[in-house]
Design a protein around this ligand. Sequence first.
Ligand SMILES: *Cc1c(COP(=O)(O)O)cnc(C)c1O
Length: 393
Amino acid sequence: MNPQHFHDYMNRCTQPVCAYLYDLAHLRRRAKMLRDYLPKQCKLFYAIKANSDAPILKALLDHTDGFEVASLGEIRHARAVSDSVPIIFGGPGKSDIELEGALDLRTMLIHIESEHQLRRLDWIARHRGQSADILLRVNPAHVPQQATLRMGGQATQFGIEEARIPALLELIRTLPGIRLKGLHIHAISNNLNAHTHLALVEHYFNLVKTWQNRYELRFDWLNVGGGIGVNYADPEESFDWKEFCAGLSLLIAAYQPDFQIIFECGRFISADCGYYLSEVIDVKAAYGKYFAILRGGSHHFRLPVSWQHNHPFMVMARDSWRYPFARPAVHNAPVTICGELCTPKDTLARDVYMERLRAGDCVVFLLAGAYGWHISHHDFLSHPYPERVFLNN
Ligand SMILES: *Cc1c(COP(=O)(O)O)cnc(C)c1O
């Protein structure tokens, strides 16, 4: 985003600055670029839990193939912006009401995460005189990859362990309310490496081919999940999507899969369209360390606390100073950036070297468009919410 937008916004504020700015034009361009690189046999879905605001979803309608959701509430968010957008529905704890709602609201695929969930969906669908299109979510025995968060390749609450899949494939043959359309594997999150991600997809291709051959199954879809990473430590060094897509084309040419491949990315699509702006209210020293205190914090932007990282930010200097006394400031020293909450956990970046930071300056956190506002505990301490601004040009 052009920094002028930040200045324009800050200059309009009559109270200490505290806002999310989202760049919808950038979001549209990015999603289009990501989809354009993908091989033809692939679909790009957006995992809306990363950021489910209506303007974000509307911006992505024309530049993705659909939305991945993880609750009935998210199905409703998706349907609120479009009657027809394809929806795929995951989540380990779908209640009967959610399964009914998914059928009512014409969900394209339901990702089944356990035998009990499978039997409940079959039972519900049959009572409605329907059958439901599903993917079985696999927790693979082996995931050739380390990651920030792991949902598969180890004991977790997600999906069905690999060894149980053959039994469920047999069971599905006896369930008239279920139509098996393929498999779903979302095993890791925030992978930054295109090569290892390709190895992951190849591993999934091998698993699927084995089962298809053994059980003579025809699949329409393999959903290879999201989990493509955003580099918060070094925003300049990002996941090489172009290289990944080139490798994927070769992989598809070699394997000749007869199914289509779904990607359901959240972070990778929406992270870099969002900025969290927050004014420095105070700067002080304590026992040899410097602290800057923001109007805002982890109740608006929990991601850095949740991931225990220093979140990347830049400083927007503001020269005006309204008080007739000295302006607190720090020069050429490491500074810890804290929120306004009464807990030492409310720290967004630690010991970051700064040339200058003053009360009244603004801090702009980058890559705040995904898992920012939507994962935060907004009402803790009852501070006013940030303004949330969606820029369209
Ligand atoms: C959260 C989630 C995603 C999106 O993950 P990102 O890391 O944001 O790409 C995709 N699929 C499932 C099943 C998820 O739970």
